[in-house]
Design a protein around this ligand. Structure first.
Ligand code: ADP
Ligand code: MG
Length: 700
């Protein structure tokens, strides 16, 4: 059996080398097995035959049974068409063709019984059928038994080579003829029984040729379950492997730094969620195994303090700590926050970014090497080969979605024993995605905002309503608040975007010309020093309105800012909008986010804007984002190895994903080595997967 599935697809009847190479390049189908696992994208219900007089009830696709009474060529205004008059015992409908007249009139005869299948279209106030599929009634019934017909995804090229819907169906039918009805079971009996799954053989047959909707649903459920089960099993194995094999530094004690910070410096009480997360981290770092923890917390939930306290655990045990941020602005800001605290504790802290001067760099390298530098904050610059620590105990990576997997891996190699890793992300990741993409990490969630925060009020206005906006800004600024005005910057149209930014800046200056309102601007083309100066002036209140590109997107913390205006908001993605909005609402005052767009909004943009005005909940927003864009885009292009699912769906099958994960965990718990004979098929499937994908590198 498995031998036949390994056979190259060209040997299947009617395929041959030419079609085989097209099937491979267009659909990735190379072997019998690939075809077997090439599931239909949808099904056409051919069990129902409509009567012509009930067509008004029908939606798009219909099937009719009857006879042609006449074919007639008709000259229209622009082109000729061929009309066939098709009758059943209840009425008549026109069937229309725009080409192949000769072939049609020669092939189809009046008076013979046919089955037509096609899409209804409106023609004036008449419905007709354009270019339907036509079968002789007799043949058709023999062949298809009028059930659900599979439709496989196709491409132009395939159609050109004559590989139509029909032909694909025939390939699969032929495949089943050769393989026979039986396929090896790939899930343990116990799992099948517990979840009432149909057998592998039945699932494979019914997914391609379902006898009915019920059977189809069962086949789909079984195959989705299997897919998610093996996905989760791989992730869990990865986690087990890491925990078993990768030793971590042991931070024995909570010492002076941590305690003094907590008692003397921390300016507020930690939220319950912050405390819980710190306990989770504490447990990890003293366990003797390397921590690899993802910390999720919505914008403003207070991740920085958690990072600081984690780093202090390292320092208390004579290790160094590092904190990485994706942008210079953010790194600088973290540096200032952390330095303020460190100075009070007598901790030596430095900032390393792309623009750190060589002379300063030299000192940093030296102090890192001899261990006198205790905390290093910085950008990607930290990852460079020549940056060597004496004993890096913990690396905190902020805003992980900007970093790729490869960069995470680089951090590991800074020591022989890898440092503990804490990844912080403010982009809430839907649970399904977290479980797959970060399935091998432990996850902590800060699901509580510091007390006193008021949800940000979000409004949408059109750009001709700017006057209202200016009045509003005036009022807020008069009350002592500050505002951001953000413009999109999308690389492909960079020049234009900078123009927009400049124009927006000038427009604001003009609008507030005779008033005591200071307007500043930051963008990526400025020198880091200028950027920092402007940011500082905004921070200490000298600037009232900060016009900027998305350089301020992540992490900037100016609690007095209460208005976030987002220009051309339709051009931003949902998570970006949410991040931007997170820049306000950080103090106790009521804050506002105003989305400005033009009138031409795509449907998707409308959903994004509406979502923003309706909710502040980062997880809800992430779910919507996932629905709109799919998982690949959410994780960003830098994230290699995005998992593609064949049949299950990250959004729709969340529940099933959790069930499958539980089942996989249970299996590993009962049989960690997968050595039990009842689980031999699991070992076999995993072996096949690894043969294909290569044994993972456990850093991913
Ligand atoms: P983020 O999770 O977005 O990185 P920050 O760490 O920047 O959030 O924290 C946002 C703001 O909330 C900061 O001004 C911080 O000082 C403040 N903050 C953090 N934790 C608390 C708390 N427990 N109580 C009050 N304010 C807090
Ligand atoms: Mg932050």
């Amino acid at each position: 059996m498995s031998e036949i599935l390994g056979k190259p697809i060209q040997f299947l009847k009617n395929i041959g080398p030419g079609r085989a190479s097209i099937l491979a390049s267009e659909l990735g189908i190379r072997t019998y097995k690939d075809l077997l696992y090439f599931f239909p994208i949808r099904y056409i219900d051919r069990s129902k035959i409509y009567k012509i007089n009930e067509l008004f009830l029908a939606t798009a696709e219909v099937q009719l049974k009857g006879r042609f009474t006449e074919f007639k060529e008709i000259q229209g205004k622009r082109n000729k068409r061929l009309v066939g008059y098709f009758e059943d015992d209840t009425g008549m409908i026109e069937v229309v063709w725009f080409k192949n007249f000769k072939w049609i009139t020669q092939t189809f005869k009046t008076g013979e019984e046919y089955i037509l299948f096609g899409r209804l279209s409106k023609f004036g106030h008449q419905v007709n059928l354009v270019h339907p599929e036509i079968d002789k009634a007799e043949d058709f019934q023999k062949k298809h038994a009028l059930g659900l017909m599979p439709v496989y995804s196709s491409t132009e090229k395939l159609l050109k080579k004559g590989i139509t819907k029909r032909v694909m169906q025939n390939f699969v039918r032929e495949l089943f003829k050769q393989t026979g009805p039986h396929f090896e079971e790939t899930l343990p009996e116990s799992v099948i029984t517990r979840h009432h799954l149909v057998s592998k053989s039945q699932a494979l047959h019914h997914i391609h040729f379902p006898p009915g909707l019920n059977e189809l649903a069962k086949a789909q459920y079984r195959l989705k379950f299997e897919e998610l089960f093996y996905l989760q099993l791989q992730l869990l194995l990865k986690q087990v492997h890491r925990k078993r094999n990768i030793k971590g530094f042991v931070f024995e004690q909570i010492g002076n730094y941590f305690n003094r910070f907590y008692k003397e410096i921390l300016p507020f009480d930690l939220t319950g969620a912050q405390k819980r997360v710190i306990r989770e981290i504490r447990k990890d770092v003293k366990s003797g195994r390397q921590m690899n923890r993802l910390l999720q917390g919505d914008v403003g939930s207070g991740k920085t303090v958690v990072a600081m306290m984690s780093m202090l655990m390292a320092l208390d045990n004579d290790y160094q700590a590092a904190m990485l941020a994706p942008t210079e602005i953010l790194a600088t800001q973290h540096y200032h926050t952390i330095k303020k605290w460190s100075d009070q504790l007598g901790i030596n802290t430095a900032l390393l970014t792309g623009s750190t001067p060589a002379s300063r760099r030299k000192i940093i390298h030296e102090e890192l090497g001899n261990g006198t530098l205790q905390i290093l904050v910085g950008t990607h610059a930290i990852l460079e080969e020549k940056v060597k620590f004496k004993n890096l105990g913990l690396a905190v990576i902020d805003e992980q979605h900007r970093f790729g997997v490869a960069q995470r891996a680089k951090m590991w190699r800074k020591n022989i024993t890898p440092p503990h890793i804490l990844i912080m992300t403010a982009t809430p990741i839907p649970r399904t995605l977290a479980l797959t993409h970060y399935g091998d990490l432990d996850i902590s969630v800060i699901d509580e905002l510091p007390p006193g925060r008021k949800p940000v009020h979000t409004f949408h206005i059109y750009d001709h309503e700017r006057k209202k906006l200016y009045d509003f800004l005036r009022k807020e600024i008069a009350a002592g608040r500050q505002a951001y005005v953000v413009f999109p910057l999308i690389e492909e149209s960079e020049v234009l975007d900078y123009e927009n930014l400049e124009n927006g800046f000038k427009r604001l200056q003009a609008a507030f010309a005779d008033e005591h309102i200071n307007i500043g601007m930051v963008h990526g083309r400025m020198k880091p020093q200028e950027k920092e100066e402007t940011m500082n002036r905004f921070k200490n209140g000298e600037i009232d309105i900060l016009v900027s590109t998305t350089v301020i997107e992540v992490g900037v913390d100016v609690p007095n800012a209460s208005v976030m205006v987002i220009e051309s908001a339709q051009r931003f993605g949902l998570s970006q909008l949410h991040q931007l909005r997170g820049r306000v609402g950080r103090g106790a005052k009521q804050s506002y986010c105003i989305l400005v767009t033009d009138r031409k909004l795509s449907d998707e943009a409308k959903i994004r804007i509406r979502t923003m005005t309706e909710t502040n909940d980062g997880f809800k927003i992430a779910e919507t984002d996932l629905k709109l864009r799919g998982p690949g885009n959410i994780m960003g292009t830098q994230q290699s190895g995005i998992i593609k699912l064949k049949i299950a769906d990250f959004v729709k099958d969340t529940h099933l994903m959790l069930t499958a994960r539980k089942e996989a965990a249970l299996l590993l718990q009962n049989d960690p080595q997968l050595g039990h004979p009842a689980h031999s098929m699991v070992r076999k499937v995993l072996k096949d997967i690894y043969k294909k994908t290569g044994f993972w590198n456990y850093i991913g």
